[in-house]
Design a protein around this ligand. Structure first.
Ligand SMILES: Cc1cc2nc3c(=O)[nH]c(=O)nc-3n(C[C@H](O)[C@H](O)[C@H](O)COP(=O)(O)O)c2cc1C
Length: 198
């Protein structure tokens, strides 16, 4: 047995690593008081959890109290916790809201607050805004390229006018369900494939 372990041990360990469930973070992009992003993130998580193909968790930027890049001491506990959290995840789903035709300052700062931790992972985008948050989502794709994050094509885009009541109560149309699952199919496939590079 000892001999076999010596011979095949590392191979078995490698195979175990490849078949372990992936960890996917659903990152809430806004920290605004009264924000709707937790409702959208929870909806995505409920759909994701029914699939059983990965461990999905909500990651709330607001929990980390990140300083603006370069303005803190670099020793803030939230900064270390953020780096560890991003590092621990195999892939991401960004919940993106459109602010002045782009992503929020909070999300940009959170993206800038880590570097190698993002590399060789995959990401999906779920966005919302008056035109589905499309302009913010496209800005995010450019940023993800610089961070070596492979962003998938399928992109559920929610309307502030028809998927929310009074712009505050999230009531998504049924048609988005297939898109969320299609996006998750791609995130899980690419997150797994990129594991070979990490
Ligand atoms: C500063 C600011 C700028 C905004 N700019 C846009 C915009 O350019 N396009 C758009 O569709 N919605 C815009 N909105 C509306 C937001 O997308 C909407 O309030 C959304 O609920 C914000 O997400 P949150 O509630 O999760 O923070 C803006 C909202 C704020 C607060």
């Amino acid at each position: 047995m000892g001999f076999l372990n010596k011979l095949f041990g590392s191979k078995i360990k490698e195979e175990e690593t490849m078949t372990e469930k992936l960890n996917i973070g659903i990152i809430l992009g806004s920290t605004r008081q009264g924000r709707v992003s937790p409702q959208v993130g929870q909806w995505v998580k409920e759909i994701a959890d029914q699939r059983g193909d990965a461990n999905y968790e909500i990651v709330d930027i607001a929990d980390f109290n990140l300083p603006f890049v370069g303005e803190g001491t670099g020793e803030e506990p939230g900064l270390k916790a953020w780096s560890e959290k991003i590092n621990s995840l195999d892939g991401y789903v960004f919940i993106v809201q459109e602010y002045n035709h782009s992503i929020t300052g909070a999300l940009k700062n959170a993206l800038d607050s880590a570097r190698e931790e993002w590399n060789n992972k995959a990401a999906g985008i779920v966005s919302y805004g008056s035109v589905g948050g499309a302009r913010a989502a496209e800005h995010l794709r450019g940023i993800l390229g610089e961070l070596l994050v492979a962003d998938v094509r399928t992109h559920p885009a929610l309307s502030l006018f028809t998927d929310f009541e009074n712009f505050s109560e999230f009531k998504p149309a049924d048609l988005h369900l297939d898109n969320v699952n299609g996006m998750l199919d791609q995130v899980v496939a690419w997150s797994g494939a990129l594991k070979t590079l990490r």
